[in-house]
Design a protein around this ligand. Structure first.
Ligand code: HEM
Length: 455
């Protein structure tokens, strides 16, 4: 995957099933596979949601890819002590990911390769069908099946390596400690961080994004199944944004357009500067990136009791248009020097966009790819006046940011923001992780191969 929006419209899960003539085992799945897939869609929508994003390439997909409407993110803990297991897992994951990105179910290849991880007890399944022909298929069918008949939905799978791959509890489990890049620092604890241990960290990460939540969840579910006995899911996070297409900026749960002043993914030079690791990193990270993920709970009840002018001062932009304060249009440049008749800055000193801007951070930039999340309600004690306590939404922003070097990216920008940003009255960081995102894989390679083959 080299360019955003590179899409291949040629395959859908159903297309594969019929073309390959595979009789998927089990009467329910088999019957479903015969029904029309896209009949209810209008042409435009079908094309967009059916599209496949190429998996192979110099960079992993899901970074510059125009954000899909859904994400399902999972962080895994490696439970194996064996380096070979990790290599096998990445091999199997890569192959499964490449297939799922095309809209194909994961395939029976896993019968041999999966044996080391997932001893599937098929005996019970086999006895439930009277279809003798289906039996061999049942034995090897490893896909759980909920994405059959669905188009690829621009599925991307972006794999990351956490600090625990290189060293965990003082142990260099896989002999990789010496390959940990200098830029892959331990992130400091930031002011206000309330990271919940069970929702933080992980040795491996998988960010699945798709225009269909079932496709995204299905993908992670298969990878987790393939990882049995080698890696356990540590935490997951689902997220969503409006399915606006390329022309409009999605609004977050605060009601503001989010992503307006992102660096342009269409500009290769900018992406090289801001997102992709260059010669300063090890070979396996060339064309890779660093991902900071943060589950940021927003006190929506509190936010909803503030008036719009105050909200706009907090963000530094207008709510309806997304324009910077003092300007007319969403993409007008922010003027940080502008003052009102009393000499006060139009874009407040502690507004979000001023504190986050490259201009006030020695040029530091990141590529944000956030999703909203909504995980129901929780009993919550807020940390800002009026110190509400009670049942509140467990909802907010699943912040995902890619950068070439976190020291000139998130760590630099958030250090000051975490202390002074007006938005902190509403936003609390409650989980997340920091992951090295290796370069993309060429066809036939597996993700991370060059790391494991480094001398
Ligand atoms: C609940 C959490 C957050 C919300 C609701 C939020 C929302 C927004 C909004 C509405 C904008 C203005 C539109 C735009 O340019 O995209 C913005 C800009 C920005 N945000 Fe956030 N944000 C959050 C957290 C963060 C965090 C943790 C960072 C970390 C560094 C960050 C970095 C930025 C940057 C770099 C910009 C662009 C500033 C500029 O150059 O104009 N945001 N954010």
């Amino acid at each position: 995957m080299t360019k955003k929006d590179d899409c291949d419209f040629s395959t859908s899960r159903r297309g594969f099933l019929t073309a390959a003539g595979i009789a998927v085992a089990g009467s329910t799945i088999g019957a479903g596979a015969a029904t029309p897939v896209l009949a209810a869609d209008d042409g435009q929508k079908t094309a967009a949601s059916a599209a496949a994003v190429p998996f192979w390439g110099a960079h992993q997909g899901g970074i510059l890819t125009r954000p899909q409407s859904h994400t399902y993110f999972a962080a895994f803990d490696l439970t194996t002590e064996k380096r070979d297991d990790v290599v096998k897992l990445l091999r199997v994951w890569t192959r499964a990911a490449a297939r799922m990105a095309k809209g194909l179910p994961i395939d029976p290849f896993a019968e041999t390769e999966i044996a080391y991880t997932a001893p599937i007890d098929t005996s019970a399944v086999v006895t439930t069908t009277s279809d003798a022909e289906a039996k061999p298929m049942l034995v090897t069918l490893v896909d759980s099946g909920e994405s059959l008949e669905l188009p690829p939905a621009r599925l991307t799978l972006t794999f990351g390596f956490g600090a625990g791959l290189f060293m965990k509890d003082g142990k260099d489990r896989y002999g990789l400690a010496k390959h940990r890049p200098e830029a892959f620092i331990d992130l400091p604890r930031f002011v206000g961080d309330q990271l919940v241990e069970a929702h933080t960290g992980g040795d491996l990460s998988v960010q699945a994004c798709a225009d269909d939540p079932q496709v995204a969840f299905h993908a992670v579910r298969q990878l987790a199944r393939l990882a049995y006995d080698v890696a356990d899911i540590r935490w997951t996070q689902a997220g969503f944004i409006p399915n606006f297409g390329p022309k409009r900026t999605a609004r977050n749960l605060m009601g503001f357009k989010d992503g307006t002043n992102n660096p342009s993914v269409a500009n290769d030079a900018t992406m090289d500067k801001v997102v992709w690791v260059g010669d300063e990193g090890p070979d396996w990270m060339h064309g890779g990136s660093y991902l900071v993920a943060r589950r940021i709970r927003i006190a929506l009840e509190h936010w909803d009791r503030t008036n719009v002018p105050f909200q706009e001062q907090t963000v530094g932009r207008q709510k309806a248009s997304g324009a910077p304060l003092g300007k007319k249009h969403e993409f007008d440049a922010i003027d940080l020097k502008a003052t009102d008749k009393d000499g006060n800055p139009i874009v407040p000193e502690n507004s979000h966009v001023r504190l986050a801007s490259a201009a006030t951070n020695d040029g530091a930039q990141i590529l944000r790819r956030p999703y909203s999340y909504n995980d129901g309600m929780n009993f919550t004690a807020e940390r800002w006046p009026p110190w509400r306590q009670g049942n509140e939404y467990d909802a907010g922003l699943f912040f995902l940011a890619y950068q070439r070097d976190v020291r000139m990216g998130f760590a630099k920008i958030f250090d000051r923001m975490s202390k002074f940003d007006m938005m902190n009255q509403f936003a609390t960081h409650v989980g997340g992780g920091f992951f090295a995102i290796p370069r993309g894989a060429a066809e036939g390679e597996y993700i991370g191969q060059r790391l494991f083959e480094s001398a």
